[in-house]
Design a binder for this molecule. Sequence first.
Ligand SMILES: Cc1ncc(COP(=O)(O)O)c(C=O)c1O
Ligand SMILES: [Zn+2]
Length: 414
Amino acid sequence: MPTSSSFTSLPSQVRALRCILCGAETLDPWAWSCDSCGPDSRMDVCYHPSGDLRERVAQRPFDQWRYRELLPLPEGAELPPIQVGGSPLSEAPRLAQALGLRRVWLKDDGRNPSASLKDRPSAMAVVLAAAAGSERVVCASTGNAASSLACLAASMGLPATIFVPQRAPAPKLAQLRIFGARVLRVAADYDTTWELCQRIATRRPWFNRNCAVNPYLVEGKKTVSLELADRLREQIPAWVAVSVGDGCTYAAVVKGLEEAHAAGFIPFVPRVLGVQAEGAQPLVRALEGDGRLELRSAETIADSIAVGHPRNFQKALDAARRNEGRFLAVSDAQILQGMRDGARLAGIFAEPAAAATVAGVAEARRRGILGSQDEVAILVTGNGLKDTATALTAVEGPEDVPADEAEIERRLAG
Ligand SMILES: Cc1ncc(COP(=O)(O)O)c(C=O)c1O
Ligand SMILES: [Zn+2]
């Protein structure tokens, strides 16, 4: 926890932090768990009613700070100088046709500064860390949260220490190093790495960006829903789809849609389809079973969602129940197909964890969860260039040809 701070009280638009287990509220901005429910409990940020925001935001830039009435921004807080959010939304008619759906939109959050949706919560983190006078920001991550924190911290001149598991792909490591973060690569999986980081960070005056404990990060993530709602308004589809690892993003997407509805942007709250990998599907099992978390090791090519112990399990589960959302799992083969489909039918190169969402929508259609008249917005949470090694396993290699014009002509004719 920081020592000197201009972030000693909740910003005026925030009503309270509320325990997700017992509902107890606090005005202490640093109470990240509930006194009654213990250190494993989690808090949610609650706002004063904003009223209809449609007119109020209309003249503001299209980035994630556009919705400041619904963000825990301290008065006069310094914002990162690079654009976060405001990601492009496009319709994908050929993908819709291939999936057997009426309409599909892709919101490409791979077009953020470090190429994933995680730039949204990382931006929230560095703004609060700077306001709090923290000496350093820290997180453990499968890769994207780390690279985004390194990027955003660099943009604000804040030092960052990052814990990554052994399997973090090389491009994500390259991002961390080039942005100048101190990187501790732990000889273990993500779950162990997370535990270590948590214990070490708690002992220091560092700002902890771990989404599962820091209640403010969901607030950054939810802006993807606010933007979607703001752009589509009455056209908002009945379904939004997103992939799920720790569950933080899922909970955030639901919260954002609920708040967008309350703020007048959309006429109803869409249902949210959560997609996991077959080798890492604790939330699917919990929702299909008795709601209890069963810990298993995780195995999937989609490194960003290779999570056996989801740290935002309860928030995601509560959100899915409130939302009447659905969860399903897809195989690695389906994820590779999702990568090809997104790229070839819509021109969007998604990393495996993001392509899992395309695959999940296809699977939902096959199972009849989605019908031919349904419309879906797919959140593309990370860019394919973050893991080219996996992408290359989804495709045939190039055709090697000699530097011989006649021979190339012969092959082209063949
Ligand atoms: C590209 C991508 N998609 C989806 C997710 C899942 O988000 P969460 O762990 O919050 O469930 C992540 C998390 O790292 C991610 O990087
Ligand atoms: Zn409580």
